[in-house]
Design a protein around this ligand. Structure first.
Ligand SMILES: Cc1cc2nc3c(=O)[nH]c(=O)nc-3n(C[C@H](O)[C@H](O)[C@H](O)COP(=O)(O)OP(=O)(O)OC[C@H]3O[C@@H](n4cnc5c(N)ncnc54)[C@H](O)[C@@H]3O)c2cc1C
Length: 290
């Protein structure tokens, strides 16, 4: 299907992009990699009057580490992030999730900021951001806000970004050597969106778990943290019995959606299996990294 007629702007600086966003407000859509937006336009599910293409803004791209955080510019391509040694070393959960996004051709255009601004609850990166308590830096002509991941995802494809704001950077905490991570998912075919996904992170201290993070993709209209299971894990020693009980607690209150890919009950069973697998893999990974 062809795109509907739409005006096109290609600012070269963030300040010009912010001017355009203020001028057009909710009549405008930001265009990053276009891997989600262009299909929505073609299907007439989005009807912006203006596209603001941010691909030519150099200051929005790059990966840097400072003060215990890794900052990723919004238009950094998923494929470039996948090749980053800084991300592999300091945000291994993100590094594990990136290759699971679609196919190489999609990741070579799709951006980190685009995926997180789109806020698809079945996508990998929102679950990673939620698990790690990433921070979202948005800018408008009235200034900058830093929004915690817990407040970023508001509903299906809906975030707390205002229409005059641009997502400029996402900050992830750097993992220490005692932290092990794993991203697990079940999809019908390689490259498909996950039916259910799980971001898992465990930090070990003298053999016991000192920090536990679990966030699901595909079980609700936003990525979901499993707080009960996380509380159970902290202070305990990794074991099969502990991970079985964590899986039970993590899924007890889940009310996943049902669709042609799987019933709610099937998704719940998959979620429990992913918790067991994810925790075992994260614990093993923590041992390897130390
Ligand atoms: C066939 C196919 C399979 C895919 N499979 C997967 C998958 O398995 N897992 C997965 O996670 N994703 C998948 N995707 C989506 C892919 O990851 C997209 O790249 C991503 O969701 C959107 O990133 P983008 O840069 O292309 O954003 P765009 O499509 O350009 O934009 C997406 C939305 O975010 C907004 N936006 C983008 N950047 C900003 C910004 N900086 N500030 C404010 N708003 C912004 C846009 O206005 C738009 O509403 C798939 C896509 C395709 C086509």
């Amino acid at each position: 299907m062809k795109l509907p007629p739409v005006d096109y702007e290609a600012p070269r600086t963030v300040s010009h992009a912010l001017e355009l966003l203020a001028e057009h407000d909710d009549e405008a859509s930001v265009l990053a990699g276009g891997q989600s937006l262009i299909p929505l336009l073609a299907l007439r599910l989005a009807r912006p009057a203006v596209l603001i293409d941010i691909n030519g803004i150099d200051e929005l791209t790059g990966v840097s580490a400072a003060n215990g955080q890794v900052a990723i510019g919004a238009t950094t391509r998923e494929y470039i992030a996948e090749q980053s040694d800084t991300i592999a070393d300091a945000v291994p959960l993100l590094a594990a999730a990136l290759p699971l996004i679609g196919h190489e051709a999609i990741r070579s255009r799709g951006t980190i900021g685009g995926s997180l601004a789109h806020g698809d609850p079945a996508a990998e990166l929102p679950a990673v951001a939620r698990a790690l308590d990433a921070e979202f830096v948005v800018r408008s002509q009235s200034g900058e806000r830093v929004i915690p991941a817990a407040e970023w995802f508001e509903g299906y494809l809906t975030t707390s970004r205002r229409s005059d704001e641009l997502l400029v950077e996402i900050r992830f905490p750097a993992a220490g050597r005692a932290t092990g991570t794993s991203f697990q998912e079940v999809a019908r075919r390689h490259g498909d969106f996950a039916i259910v996904g799980l971001a898992a992170s465990l930090t070990l201290s003298d053999g016991a778990i000192s920090d536990a993070r679990l966030a699901f993709a595909g079980v609700s209209d936003v990525p979901v943290r499993a707080a009960d299971a996380e509380h159970l894990l902290v202070g305990e020693t990794p074991s099969t019995e502990l991970f079985d009980e964590a899986a039970r607690r993590a899924t007890a209150d889940l009310r996943p959606p049902a669709d042609l890919h799987g019933s709610a009950d099937y998704r719940k069973k998959v979620a429990a299996t992913l918790v067991r697998r994810g925790l075992r893999a994260a614990a093993d990974n923590a041992d390897e990294r130390q």
